[in-house]
Design a protein around this ligand. Structure first.
Ligand SMILES: NC(=O)C1=CN([C@@H]2O[C@H](COP(=O)(O)OP(=O)(O)OC[C@H]3O[C@@H](n4cnc5c(N)ncnc54)[C@H](OP(=O)(O)O)[C@@H]3O)[C@@H](O)[C@H]2O)[C@@H](O)CC1
Ligand SMILES: Nc1ncnc2c1ncn2[C@@H]1O[C@H](COP(=O)(O)OP(=O)(O)O)[C@@H](O)[C@H]1O
Ligand SMILES: [K+]
Length: 502
């Protein structure tokens, strides 16, 4: 599913208008769509108070008022400024044949149903003065709020609070969701999101070419690996996971088990001697290979059996890990094939003083690379991209362009970006995933899918989505060890859904 930036949404409106649908008609359709939700939420008797801004978001509010007043509902409008003469909003105001109150006079009652039509896609500066004051009164009133398009004060592109922002129970948006509906804190401010058709044809998306996607099975199910009937375990897809020393072996086992559960045919942990014997005592289906120094590890991985490698979880920060990674990335594809390397955790911290060395190695490598930082690791590798002054989506996309890797920035609103390409926001995260080792599982899941030849961006998106499904379907009490064990159930349901569609 595409998401549209506010600029792209304005283009969608424009293209539709050029194709012969009047702007006023779109506005009326938008108001009808909001009216549907308001009727359901307000029931027959609740007083409806509509707060209108000076632009087209306010125009939607005036049109909504006209529709609801024609049904003899108790509707009042309070406005901030007047629509520009000749605008669609001014036309909508002409349909509202009743007085308009001044926004500063509105005192919300708990029983009101408040419709927030102050600002939507056109928010151009932080809220202050009367607008900020009314938002404060609305938020502290405890009244139910339906926001039109975007809760006022939330940036449609960045999901951030600009000055002050309405906390809505419902948000009705049109044609496609916006990044700000899915990035925090906007995601928390929007309440339940209702996506409504207002007569914009899907074909306008071709003329827009939006980079933004909402992550979900539609994005990657067609690329899901299907093993051939006559396959064998290495052909199905083999993964190697590099282990740390004997005191930190657990992380690599979590990655390895996750890779196997995602369908990799053979998974091997490569570990130094003392760690290898600990792994051997814990593992059954996962293989263990003993290798002491970087040279031995690289030698073991130079024959191309493994289509994906995970490096970083529990390895230990330092120069030996940097050397190992640089060695792996320098392997010639003529001898070891075209592989995907997932760089997580300690790798990301190890390159904090020389991120450009890592990025140059990635760009010069024959292999595809995935970087899976959390916020702290992202700030170490991309210090200038870590400040919140630009949307998270754009910062992750810049990191992907700079590094040449697919970058997955973990968090409650995980963002995945490919160099010069698509940017996906993951919608189904749960705070239950904030548990030690859950990132190690995610790295293994990505490697498991890449080893089976799933394209890298799709593999990252699918892994993030399945990881979150595993967390929420397991529920309270979740620890990272449970995630790989939950995956068969997640995959069964996923494929069942696909089967139902056929
Ligand atoms: N186009 C279409 O056909 C359709 C559009 N639709 C609807 O239109 C909405 C977008 O409309 P829009 O572009 O007019 O922007 P909108 O959100 O009303 O705000 C702009 C106004 O607010 C003002 N303003 C901004 N920030 C401010 C602040 N902090 N404090 C005070 N003022 C501030 C800004 O002032 P200015 O920056 O010009 O000084 C300008 O006057 C979209 O969200 C959807 O609901 C639907 O009907 C479907 C069809
Ligand atoms: N509040 C949250 N909501 C949803 N997902 C979360 C939340 N906090 C963390 N996660 C997810 O949990 C995982 C944690 O990974 P990471 O920070 O690397 O943990 P670890 O290093 O312990 O393995 C990531 O996939 C992240 O997206
Ligand atoms: K709004």
């Amino acid at each position: 599913m595409h998401l549209l930036s506010t600029q792209d949404m304005a283009r969608a409106d424009r293209l539709t208008i050029e194709n012969g649908v009047a702007g006023a008609k779109l506005m009326w359709n938008a108001a009808e769509a909001v009216a549907d939700t308001v009727r359901k939420v307000a029931g027959p008797d609740r007083p409806i108070r509509i707060l209108c801004g000076p632009g087209n978001n306010g125009g939607d509010g005036y049109a909504l008022g006209a529709i609801l007043a024609s049904e003899w509902r108790d509707v009042t409008i309070f406005a901030l400024g007047e629509p520009a003469p000749g605008s669609d909003a001014s036309w909508a105001l002409s349909k509202w044949n009743c007085p308009v109150g001044d926004l500063s006079d509105y005192r919300p009652a708990h029983s009101d149903l408040i419709v927030d039509a102050l600002f939507g896609a056109g928010l151009s500066r932080p809220l202050d003065g009367q607008a900020a004051a009314v938002v404060e009164r609305v938020n502290s009133s405890g009244a139910c709020v339906v926001a039109i398009d975007v809760p006022s004060g939330i940036g449609g592109d960045d999901g951030r609070i600009h000055g002050a922002a309405v906390r809505a129970d419902h948000t009705v948006t049109f044609f496609r969701g916006k990044p700000g509906h899915w990035l925090y804190p906007g995601r928390a401010h929007r309440g339940e999101l209702h996506l409504k058709d207002i007569g914009i044809d899907d074909s306008v998306l071709n003329g827009i070419g939006s980079r933004f996607r909402l992550n979900g099975p539609l994005l990657w199910n067609s690329e899901w690996p299907k093993p051939k009937e006559e396959t064998h375990k290495y052909e199905r897809g083999a993964v190697a996971v590099l282990s740390g020393n004997r005191l930190s072996t657990g992380a690599s086992r979590l990655s390895a088990r996750a890779a196997a559960r995602m369908g990799a045919g053979a998974v091997t942990i490569i570990a130094p001697k003392e760690a290898a014997s600990i792994h051997a005592a814990h593992l059954t289906a996962i293989m263990v290979h003993q290798a002491e120094e970087a040279d031995e590890v690289i030698e073991r991985l130079s024959d191309g059996r493994e289509r994906a490698v995970v490096a970083g979880p529990g390895y230990g920060v330092g120069a030996p890990l940097c050397d190992m990674v640089l060695g792996l990335l320098a392997l010639d594809r003529r001898t070891c094939g075209h592989r995907t390397t997932v760089l997580d955790a300690d790798v990301l911290t190890s390159f904090r003083d020389e991120p450009d060395v890592l990025f140059a190695a990635i760009r010069n490598s024959d292999h595809r690379v995935v970087l899976t930082p959390h916020d702290g690791e992202f700030a170490r590798l991309f210090p200038d991209l870590s400040s919140n002054d630009r949307p998270k989506t754009v910062r992750v996309a810049d990191a992907a362009d700079r590094s040449g890797a697919v970058v997955l920035l973990k968090g409650a609103d995980t963002v995945i970006a490919e160099p010069k390409g698509r940017i996906a926001i993951n919608p189904n995260g749960t705070p239950l995933l904030a548990t030690a080792g859950s990132g190690d599982v995610l790295a293994g899941m990505i490697a498991g899918l890449c080893a089976q030849s799933m394209p890298v961006f799709e593999a990252c998106c699918a892994a993030a989505w399945c990881h979150a499904e595993a967390g929420s379907s397991f529920g309270p009490g979740l620890i990272a060890d449970d995630l790989p064990e939950q995956l068969p159930d997640v995959l069964r349901r996923l494929h069942q859904r696909e089967g139902d569609k056929e």
